[in-house]
Design a protein around this ligand. Sequence first.
Ligand code: 3HC
Length: 284
Amino acid sequence: MTVKRVGIVGSGIMGSGIAEVAAKSGHEVVLRSRRQETADSMVAGLEKSLAKQVEKGKLADEERQATVGRVTVTSDLGELRECDLVIESIVEDLSAKKHLFNELDRICAEHTILATNTSTLPVIELAMDTGRPQRVCGIHFFNPAPVMSLVEIVRPLTADDDTIAEARAFAEACGKTPVEVKDQAGFVVNALLFPYLNNAVRLLEQGVASKEDIDTAMKGGCGFPMGPLALLDLVGLDTSLAILEALYEEFKEPNYSPVPLLRRMVSAELLGRKSGRGFYDYHR
Ligand code: 3HC
């Protein structure tokens, strides 16, 4: 089965980015946010992002119009009923996600694939909260979704081959490169990336170098597009802390244990770009 109509639940950075990617590649997109105002502001954000691409000459104006025309917004979960695929991208909280999957399972058509964009939580726990565990998988996009080419397709023990093949085909139709990964915390990218990010905070905490020099070192020394502290600001320090906690919970590896400075910054609401300040100040 080919995915034509995609539902997206959650209005954060990832939900908006995935909506843009899916709509641009020709899918009908239904965006659901709990509040109509948030859903409307997602569309405003999408329109702004597409307008920027038109300005840069990367997108034709007709294509922009067609993309916007493929997106509808709603605060009613019931409107996801006819979707071929629903991607959940709400807060990284297992009980909130389980509750949502349970509701989606009751609402959506029998053939609908229910997917999560979680980066660390066990997909199997969500699958088992539905009456269709064979139609549940992870489809993990990276931030910023319109730019990053990778999508991790996460196969819980219950998923059938058709579901995984359809999820892969959807990622490819979005112009992304899928890789298939086992359902364990962090999958491939975050399992490797987050010990590195955590240790960058440790170096800062130990006063080994300034934040600017740590970032300059990793850009110049490893050819990374941005340094680790700037990347933590992009991902969000609260999300990063949640990812490290989930990795630590699963593996009990010291490198996954969040360093104290990261915790303190989250307590101080220094969350990165989303709050205007993290390791760097974004107000200026
Ligand atoms: N949406 C759409 N396009 C965007 C964008 C966004 N949010 N951010 C940047 N872009 C586009 C720009 O328009 C620009 O396009 P152009 O070159 O065609 O004009 C291009 O991307 C490059 O952007 P900039 O020139 O503004 O800046 P950079 O060259 O520094 O690139 C970056 C920005 C793409 C964010 C780059 O620094 C990068 O690749 N950083 C690493 C990001 C990364 O590692 N992400 C993974 C995080 S881990 C994760 O997501 C897992 C999750 O579970 C936490």
